[in-house]
Write a protein that binds this ligand. Structure first.
Ligand code: IPM
Ligand code: MN
Length: 329
């Protein structure tokens, strides 16, 4: 039976790279029933819809959501991010943001292969806090980081489950030496979950040190688990040391499968290169591979990953066609 996919191409290069991801999935022969949703900054400017409750309710009915990129310079920062992307992550309970990094870092000769598990529903992203005395010299802004035991634990548990299928090692990244309340909650949750997985080795890095290791010694990592904001920052760095953000894919997962998961490249809508053919579609194509893998099509996903690992050249559509012909073989 065909997998029912909601496609949100979005803004900027989003629709361009998403079209190539669809082309590759069709070439590999995975049965898909696609429904396109016109959402993002451009749609918002046209009629004010960001993501209505009715649209969100429809999205809940799909097997998965494939997203290109959203955001346009004409809309102030935060509106589309909060109203669309974070709303989907929170309301669909996509509590794991899984971001794989495979490549050879600058200055290295051996490839690395690690995965970052970013908690995806908490931290400073929840929007706790507010502003007082705005526009005066006494203006105050607070933005609290929300950490629940349940939220940390379920992300950590996912990291250990994943490590069991890989090289059996999990590193917690946090800042326990300064963020003593949140850090203590995360550390205790980590130690208690780790005790249930005696076969899995563990390590802990402060986030600042992890930034050095990502560059200088990425081979030490198998699975990294961290909070929402550290994970946001670290995964851009992960992309930068793994062939660039043009290759960085991500899965916003509801591992409990109580609803659809959402798959998107790590990069943004890049309005400066829209229409030039310069956008690398591989991050979107690899995100589609994560999607079909999660839907049980692991052999097809592996073929797409292998095709993306070979050199590519040309424009957005030419790269999509090259990879399509490799997977069709
Ligand atoms: C990401 C992005 C988003 C985030 C933005 C666009 C809200 O940077 O997916 O990493 O901060 O999570
Ligand atoms: Mn980010």
């Amino acid at each position: 039976m065909a997998h029912r996919i909601a496609v949100i191409g979005g803004d900027g290069i989003g629709p361009e790279v998403t079209a190539e991801a669809i082309k590759v999935m069709q070439a590999v022969g995975v049965p898909l029933a696609l429904t396109h949703y016109d959402l993002g900054g451009k749609r918002y400017l046209r009629d004010g819809e960001i993501l209505s409750d009715a649209t969100l309710a429809e999205l809940r009915g799909y097997d998965a959501i494939l997203l290109g990129a959203v955001g346009t310079p004409e809309v102030p920062p935060g509106v589309i991010e909060r109203g669309l992307l974070l709303k989907m992550r929170f309301d669909l309970d996509l509590y794991v943001n899984q971001r794989p990094f495979a490549g050879t870092g600058p200055g290295h000769s051996e490839p690395h292969d690690f995965v970052v598990i970013r908690e995806n529903t908490e931290g400073p992203y929840v929007g706790e806090g507010g502003v007082l005395r705005k526009g005066t010299p006494h203006e105050v802004a607070t933005q609290g980081s929300v950490n629940t035991r349940m939220g940390a634990e379920r992300a950590i548990r996912h990291a250990f489950d994943l490590a069991m299928k890989r090289r059996k090692h999990v590193t917690l990244v946090h800042k326990t030496n300064v963020l003593t309340f949140a850090g203590d909650l995360w550390m205790r949750a980590f130690e208690e979950v780790a005790a249930e997985y005696p076969q899995v080795g563990t390590a802990y890095n402060h986030v600042d040190a992890a930034c050095i290791y990502f560059v200088q010694d990425p081979h030490r990592y198998d699975v990294v688990v961290t909070d929402n904001l550290f994970g946001d920052i670290l995964t851009d760095l992960g992309g930068a040391v793994s062939g660039g953000v043009g290759l960085a894919s991500s899965a916003n997962l509801n591992p409990a499968r109580t609803g659809p998961s959402m798959f998107e490249p790590v990069h943004g809508s890049a309005p400066d290169i829209v229409g030039t053919g310069k956008a690398d579609p591989r991050a979107a194509i690899l995100s589609a591979a994560l999607m079909i893998d999660f839907l049980g099509e692991s052999a097809a996903a592996e073929r797409i990953r292998a095709a993306c690992a070979e050199p590519v050249s040309g424009s957005t559509t030419e790269i999509g066609s090259q990879i399509s012909s490799r997977v069709a073989g």
